[in-house]
Design a protein around this ligand. Structure first.
Ligand code: FAD
Length: 393
């Protein structure tokens, strides 16, 4: 029989020390902590600080820029463990993948200027401005413009669902620098800027918090003639879409790891409760109607974990991992959602009581069907890019 402790273990003990360290931090932030923040829609400042102090948020930043220089799977282990413990990494996961764009495409000067402070936690790069209200998943059609005027870029437009922007010093912004009707391919003419929010807020940037189903600190951002210095441009002008795309696989694998963690959390909680809760004179887990959905969720978790692990291994070997990153994201999100459903059902009425933490995690796990990429977009990627069927859009 698999014990609850074994369930908490990854398939192999990769990054066991990191997992141990992250677990010890998470143990200091129980459900009551998250419940209070959720009710007040507040940011988990102390939790993020504890992870920063432990050096976990800078784990992917190379040593020469002040981080630990660990491979992607170490970041995956950090995020998975946070979720497996019932906590949520959404408040701080973004710098692990947005940092990759600066690292891969930024100038040496930009890397030296920002990465050491990001690694130490002095600077927060947690905001990623891609999605817009009128264009959604159709990223190349985004309307936010950055026009070169003299020695500056002037940014006008709007982003939506820009998470953590109120708790970030820097934002990675994707904006159009050449109108779409003047480029050969619609993916051309978009550029990435590292916007210093400390200077921008109130001087061309206005932020409005969105009242959302989960406590994700997500906002609308309005740009009104924001002046951005030319040294905020990352890499070459017009190549931003490719830069963002090149960091997507890492993002997908990191987020998939959070889903794996969620699935483990739900399965552990459901199994414990199914064994403990006695109704009609028997533990409810004795009933196959209760037991099988949990067993099925566990089987699906194992399958998803293999794909995600394979994706991370390919990524680390410098090989193409687009299929694994996308498919892994979908399978892991589905595994988390099914495990969440099984868990909520197992808890019966108590699943709805906030103090048990299940309903909060259930709401949070639903997000991954939509963000950072919706399931349909993953299926479109597989249909078109992996299987070679025609494009629908
Ligand atoms: C809590 C939260 C946090 C987020 N954080 C960020 C962030 O920090 N930064 C950021 O840039 N974005 C963020 N997002 C945005 C997120 O990435 C988008 O919501 C997501 O990519 C989907 O885009 P959309 O909401 O505009 O949906 P749409 O693009 O409007 O799509 C709506 C639905 O239609 C489907 N659909 C659309 N076109 C097709 C098609 N051709 N074929 C099949 N189905 C299709 C989609 O799959 C989806 O289910 C966040 C979203 C949420 C909810």
């Amino acid at each position: 029989m698999t014990t609850s402790d074994e369930l908490m273990m990854p398939i192999d003990p990769q990054w066991a020390e990191i997992r141990e360290g992250v677990r010890a931090i998470c143990a200091q932030f129980p459900n009551e902590y998250w419940m209070k923040l959720d009710a007040a829609s507040e940011y988990p400042t102390e939790f993020v600080q504890a992870l920063t102090d432990g050096g976990y948020l800078g784990c992917l930043i190379p040593e020469e820029y002040g981080g630990s220089g660990l491979p992607l799977s170490a970041g995956c282990a950090v995020l998975e463990t946070i979720h497996e413990m019932g906590c949520n990494a959404a408040a701080c996961h973004a710098q692990m993948y947005t940092m990759g764009t600066v690292l891969k495409h930024g100038s040496e000067e930009q890397k030296r200027k920002y990465l050491p402070d990001i690694a130490s936690g002095k600077l927060r790069l947690q905001a990623f401005g891609v999605t817009e209200p009128t264009t959604g998943s159709d990223t190349t059609q985004l309307k936010t413009k950055a026009e070169k005027r003299g020695n500056k870029y002037i940014v006008n437009g709007q982003k939506v669902w820009t998470s953590r922007v109120l708790h970030s010093d820097l934002m990675l912004l994707l904006a159009r620098t050449t109108p779409v009707d003047q480029v050969k391919r619609r993916t051309d003419g978009l550029s990435v800027f590292l916007v210093d929010l400390r200077e921008a807020k109130g001087r061309g940037v206005e932020i409005k918090k969105i009242d959302a189903m989960i406590n994700h600190n997500t906002c609308e951002v309005f740009f009104d003639n924001l002046e951005v210095p030319p040294d905020a441009l990352i890499g070459e002008v017009g190549k931003g879409f490719r830069y963002i795309l090149s960091s997507m696989n890492a993002e997908r694998l990191l987020i998939s790891s959070e889903c794996l963690g969620d699935a483990k959390y739900f399965i552990r909680r459901a199994t414990e409760y199914a064994n403990e809760r006695v109704v009609f004179g028997n533990p409810i887990g004795k009933n196959q109607g209760v037991q099988f959905p949990i067993a099925r969720a566990y089987a699906e978790l194992m399958a998803a974990e293999l794909v995600v692990r394979r994706g991370a291994a390919l990524f680390e070997a410098g090989r193409d991992c687009g299929s694994e990153a996308n498919i892994g994201k979908m399978l892991a999100a589905d595994a988390a959602w099914k495990a969440g459903e099984a868990c909520l059902q197992t808890f019966g009425g108590f699943g709805y009581a906030r103090e048990y933490g299940i309903e909060r995690k259930w709401r949070e796990a639903r997000l991954y069907q939509t963000a950072p990429i919706s399931t349909n977009m993953v299926l479109a990627f597989v249909g078109q890019n992996v299987l070679g069927m025609p494009r629908s859009y």
